[in-house]
Design a protein around this ligand. Structure first.
Ligand code: THG
Length: 265
């Protein structure tokens, strides 16, 4: 099953930042419930932006989002080890830590926490020298990510590689390189991959068209999970159609069900 990680509870979005500041429980609970209802298997929670106290905001978010969703697992999204551990202490079930990079300080601060809580972890393919620009460079970082997590006693099945999607408006070959990286990671290393979708379309009009077509391409390349807006209709249609086309939907039952409930248009 493809893993849909709902992106909407992120304080870079103005309504979420406001709700965090006023501790507006009903608003956050509504955002959580809507995403679960739209088929999200996990929810990303991020309060790194516009927050006065990320640690206490993260505790609050994890608690009320899991209250609303009957403990749907969360992707705890922060560069800050303290905020991540605060979230993990509240979290029920197996969490996904979003994320570490191969930068020494960030990795060494967060990996022991990943191990302690037996969480899954996203490794972004970047190091002190920055982000790779080709699939070949990404693969070198993937090998380092595998060794590093192994060293910390984290099993390979708990690892998700994020090849870091960047805008095609400024780097025209980005989508092709990321697609190639996902194919290689799948065939050579058998490790899971995840990405945030919407960066691909940054700076361009009709973003959800680009996002949803890119999602279809990534699904075919073997992507295991994506951080996306499950309420977006184009994305939803692509997810249902791809399940049917990639033989993940016996007799197209789910596709037909979605059509009947009006979700595909
Ligand atoms: N990789 C990993 N984690 C990530 C990202 C990634 N976390 C953050 C981000 N990228 C993914 N999450 C979001 C959350 C919200 C939005 C985009 C990405 C967002 N964007 C616009 C807005 O609200 O203005 C547009 C929303 C829309 O039109 O649907 O909200 O790459 N590991």
């Amino acid at each position: 099953m493809f893993i849909i990680v709902g992106e909407r509870i992120n304080s870079s979005r103005k309504p979420i930042a406001a709700a965090l500041q006023s501790k507006d429980r009903p608003f956050i609970r509504k955002e959580a419930g809507l995403q679960k209802g739209a088929g999200a298997s996990m929810l990303d929670v991020n309060c790194a932006f516009n927050s006065k106290d990320e640690v206490s905001d993260m505790e609050w978010l994890v608690r009320i989002v899991q209250e609303e969703t009957g403990s749907l697992p969360l992707s705890i999204d922060s560069p800050n080890a303290k905020a991540i551990e605060a979230g993990l202490r509240q979290h029920k079930g197996k969490a996904l830590i979003n994320s570490i990079t191969l930068e020494k300080d960030r990795a060494e601060a967060i990996l022991p926490i990943v191990k302690k809580y037996n969480a899954d972890v996203i490794v972004l393919v970047m190091d002190e020298k920055g982000m790779p620009s080709t699939a070949g460079e990404s693969i070198k970082l993937v090998e380092r990510a595998i060794k590093l997590t192994q060293k910390h006693g984290i099993p390979a099945e708990n690892l998700y590689i994020d090849p870091l999607v960047r805008p095609i408006s400024s780097e025209p070959k980005q989508a092709l390189e990321v697609l190639e990286a996902v194919k290689l990671i799948r065939s050579e290393y058998k490790i899971k991959t995840i990405c945030g979708l919407s960066n691909i379309s940054f700076g361009l009009p009709e973003r959800s068209t680009l996002n949803s077509v890119f999602l279809a391409m990534m699904l075919n390349a073997g992507l295991d999970a994506a951080i996306l807006d499950p309420l977006n209709k184009k994305i939803k249609a692509v997810l249902k159609a791809s399940d049917a086309l990639l033989a993940r939907d016996d007799f197209c039952k789910e596709y037909i069900k979605s059509f009947r409930s009006g979700e595909l248009k």
